[in-house]
Design a protein around this ligand. Sequence first.
Ligand code: GDP
Length: 438
Amino acid sequence: MFDSITGSIKNAVNKIRHKDDVASLKKAITELKKSLLKADVHHKTTKDLITAIELETKRLGIGQDSFLKALRNELSNVLTTQGNQGFVFSSTPPTTILMTGLQGSGKTTTTGKLANYLKLRKKKVLVAAADLQRLAAVEQLKQIAAQVEVDIYYDDNEKDPIKIALAAKEKATKELYDVLLIDTAGRLAIDEELMLQLENVRNAVSPDEIFYVADSLTGHDATKTATTFKEKIGIDGVILSKYDGDTKGGVAISIAHQVGVPLRFIGIGEKMPDLEVFIPDRIVSRLMGAGDIEGLAEKTSAVIDEKKAKAVTKKIKKGEFNFNDFLDQLSMMSKLGSMKSIIGMIPGLSGMSSQLKDMDLENSDEIKNIKALIGSMTPKERETPSLMNTSRKKRIAKGCGLSEVQINKILKQFKNASKMAKKLSSKGGMKGMQNMLN
Ligand code: GDP
């Protein structure tokens, strides 16, 4: 997801050769500035960021360690906008949310993803089809609602979105729904008519919050339109869609800094589970190429079994992650949404995500090989990865039809992943990250 920015950070860090070397810090800062601008970070944001990072690195004492620490802190500062994270429930249900955004931004899809997210958390959700602008929007929302198994309010004979929103709110209140998500009209570009309609819907239903869905792929435009929506109708949160396709990753940094509205969620794929709460520190970890164990565990626990996911995280932390867990994780992954987003969260594998553009989890050779390899192990070997030795590998190679080179490669990947994960989750997280970057 953030391949280019992650790679540039590594280059910048490597410019610092010696402790207290001011000239090399300058080089690192210049490199970082270039890469932030290239990653679509707004020039003002870039300037503020690098000034703060330079000062902080000097304050801590110039070195690779302090540069990384300063970078991490300042990125986190920029991404942490005053306000809420994730979803906030009103004390008087139904929590009513207006979903707004330009046409094609992913608003209707995101409405479905949010409904799915809430449903998985045992909430009673009603979605309302008040986007009467785009011809297929109502039909699309019907399909999505059926797919994620939530109720939908629509009225094919009604042309007034305000009436639809009001009727949906009445239904949601009467029938004790926890959450009402109202999909509103979009336009190809901002226009007065759209803003007026949104204002009217807002005034009619008094939503608890207004979410603005911004398309990451529109780069600087995403920041501009979010600002206009904020000024005209007032937005409480931004959901960044299509973050999976944004190899630059800088738009999140710009929106947080320039718009001044918290990023609440990010969309990371076309499927319904491909939505994540935006947590600044986690995004920073991923920007820096260090994976996101907590995010992975959280996603896992929502889709599958919370207890099991926690146990696996614990095992990773203790360095007891074994081949059975590995296999378990692989089979769970298909339920978790897009492969690329998952890989980006696994420490040690985040760099692989660019090679996985078209990876089909069920049919990829790599995954098949891993499954075949583990399938040829004895139960004891699966439980205890340290048992692997040359003679066992030879036997397994015969069993699964892979070469010893292939086996060694997979075993090394497994070992690296569990080592990185352990390092990162221990207290010396910074050190672990630096080692990884090096
Ligand atoms: P709307 O006009 O704003 O309601 O847009 P849609 O919800 O119809 O989405 C437009 C397109 O973007 C659809 O093809 C979606 O599948 C796609 N899309 C939405 N969110 C994401 C995302 O997070 N990642 C990717 N890759 N595609 C997305």
